[in-house]
Design a protein around this ligand. Sequence first.
Ligand SMILES: [Zn+2]
Ligand SMILES: [Zn+2]
Length: 175
Amino acid sequence: MHYSTTAVSLWKVVLSQIIFYFILEDFVFYWGHRILHTKWLYKHVHSVHHEYATPFGLTSEYAHPAEILFLGFATIVGPAITGPHLMTLWLWMVLRVLETVEAHCGYHFPWSLSNFIPLYGGADFHDYHHRLLYTKSGNYSSTFVYMDWIFGTDKGYRKLKALKSFGIEDDPKQM
Ligand SMILES: [Zn+2]
Ligand SMILES: [Zn+2]
């Protein structure tokens, strides 16, 4: 009994830490990613990741080394301030990589998390980011959609979604 109670409380700690990391990472990533979309940094750093206008899973890790270091900060800041168990750190790293691979995979699967978790972005959300020129990209968040909504950087995406719901997304005269 004592063992199972301890196991449950351990999983509560792991789960709450992982959720906290996803929320914090999304917040830090959003601002770091917006900075990468300024003129000089985009031209010399972030344009490498944007070579693929229609990304696929592997392109999630395709970026300038400076970008890996810069945006990697968003991934490690949560564990750095909470000092998790090593297994939690590994679990977080695995989930974070799976999340970004799914966001770049180009498919909105029936089992995509965005179908089940409110405010989750997914492939459709990030695909839009890769489709447009650097000044108009929008959709800067890594995991969730609310940061772009709060700061108004998802207006183009939401407009496109609205057009799609009327079945006119492929008509250039309507765009
Ligand atoms: Zn970008
Ligand atoms: Zn991307």
